[in-house]
Design a protein around this ligand. Sequence first.
Ligand code: C2E
Ligand code: CA
Ligand code: CA
Length: 733
Amino acid sequence: MKTVYLKHWLPVSVLVLTILLMVCYEITQPVAAMRSQLFIQGLLFVFCAAVLITVFIKLFNRLINNPIQHLTSVVQNFSSNTGARSQLTGQGELTVLGNSFNRLMDQLAETQHNLNRQKNLYELLSTTNQLIIRLNSQQQLFDAICKNVVKQPHLVLAWIGLVNQDNQKVDILAKAGAATNYLNALVVSTNPALSEGQGPTATAIRKNTHMVNNHFQESLFTQFWLDIAVRENICASAAFPICKFGQPIGAFNIYADLPDFFSADIVELLTEMAADISYALENLALKEQRQQAEVEIERLAYYDSLTCLPNRKLLSDRLADEILIAERHGWFGAILFLDLDHFKNLNDSLGHAIGDELLVQFAERLKHQLRKSDFAARLGGDEFVILLTNLGESQEKAIDSARKATEKILEVLRAPYSLKNYSYHSNSSAGIALFPQQQQNATEILKQADTALYQVKASGRNTFQFYHPQMQEAAYKRLEMEKNLRLAISKQQLLLYYQPQFNRSQQLVGAEVLLRWSHPELGFIAPDRFVPLAEETGLIVEIGNWIFNRVFNNVRVWQETGLLKPHQHISINVSPKQFERDNFFALLLNIIAETGVSADAIILELTEGAFLSNIDVTIEKMLQLRGLGFTFSVDDFGTGYSSLSYLKRLPLNELKIDKAFIDDLEHDIDDQAIVKTIIAMSQHLKLSVIAEGVETQAQLDFLQENNCLNYQGYFFSQPLDQTSFENYLRQQQ
Ligand code: C2E
Ligand code: CA
Ligand code: CA
């Protein structure tokens, strides 16, 4: 209706005017009749009409036009001034219209305000999420979130705290806002027994739920913090738990200077934000775990886990780079292939834990010996490599520098190692290869250094050698020899020699079996040249089995024909490799069963290294064999560890003094002392004792004077082939 009224005011006004004119005419009509004067009638009509029209226009403006103009201007201004409102008063329809407009505008303003607030908070949430994606550190993330939160109107403080597991206190890790002074004396604990453990933050963490207080200054719950809250104008607070993998670990706290600030929608949004922070923490934790795992994977892929030195892979990569660098700069570098002499003996005798300890100490010494640009790696076992760079621009200079560096390194490595209760001396050997050489890649350089090292080991150890091409030839020969050795058994090229042994009355007590290789082209090959190779390649097991078979069969014949008397024995050298086989006992049991030879005719010669890989297992094995009738002799005695503690535990029968102590017995007082000690030791342990390598009367005299019981050596007899030995036995009848 009101719209219709406003919309048709013009035609209505014309109608009213026409009516007014007609009224004027009707009023002036009787007067004109009375006066009969047309002129007067006309004047009166005009006057009345003018008065009425003026009154009408005034009324019209006041009642309709002015309110409409006011309303129009209010509506037009609203876009620039949202506070613009109708000022119309009274009862009129336009006033009602104005009031309706005002209410509408108030609602619109409130909706707009709410929308803006929501928009801001959603922006805050989205910024938080961006921060979570972008920032990799917890501290940066917390700082940035707090700073962003307090940019919102009415938010005067935001802080994030995590529970310190040591004292249950909540450590404030990040804070921002105008009211940060509120936190100066704030102590929050998750311990419910304390008053600082009763507030909203502590409760939010303990109960894992948000705590909203829209009347902070009036609530009993927050009375404890009232003074400072008043000072900092804090009127509402909200605390949200922060979790890591479902467990609350801290809280996100926000304070407003308006009561009732935390409406349901804001709380919902901030809850979401706290959940995002929790998610970020989990992500950061996972990322950290992943990074640690990656570091670990890299460490495993490129570093040796025992010594933490780079491994073969990293060494090869680095060496490939260093070759290029050396080529570019025109200088030489070197690869040192290092190896601990007799490491296996230590490992076997004292156990792997001690062996590992030695390797770790060895690696530590290496690390300290190197210049920054040098590089040490462990390839495995007791094999270490050092990469020396920038040794000089001429080959001579480089060789000289490499030699000096190697001498120094070997010297440092020679100093005693402290291994649990042992002071252990270890020598090392090194093979050296220079780079760059023509068309030589990283693998070849390593191979060359390894070849040089092999030469050092073959020629006595405890020193170093530079690689030279002839060595390659030696390595090739070694390969050839290995190939030939594999065929030696089937081609019946292996022979057994027997070296007689005597007692103090010069009576034959037995003989040691010694292996020979008669090669059609290479001639007679001494065991020193091929037994180590057979041990390295594992061929010794097959060869050893063959020896047992042959010796047992011979002994059977000799015993049957009376050549070998019941008190005479045959000593067989047993390689540690063979002895440590699980089937060693079964093998001997089998041979005894097959040949019927009594085991007490056989002495098994073992070096100290063979006993000790696992002393308990070794004792068990020896006792089993002793049960069959075998007896044991410790070969090369005096060159190994000769530890009384293990000698006492082992079921031994004989010590065999190594030839090395006999050779110079006449002149070397140290050797004399050692030999005397070994003999005394054998007496103490109630063991027999035999000296090998006896070549002269003087040696024999010394040994006899000092109560050595048995002897073996060229003084009595060289090792004899089977026929000669059988003849020898016959002569001894
Ligand atoms: P080994 O067990 O210490 O053997 C003693 C070595 O000293 C033998 O050398 C022997 O011929 C030598 N020899 C004995 N008396 C004298 C002497 O008066 N003067 C000198 N100059 N030498 C003497 P061979 O036969 O060359 O054996 C060397 C090493 O090879 C042996 O040392 C042993 O370790 C190994 N070997 C020899 N035969 C076998 C075998 O059948 N099995 C195993 N596993 N190793 C063996
Ligand atoms: Ca021997
Ligand atoms: Ca020996």
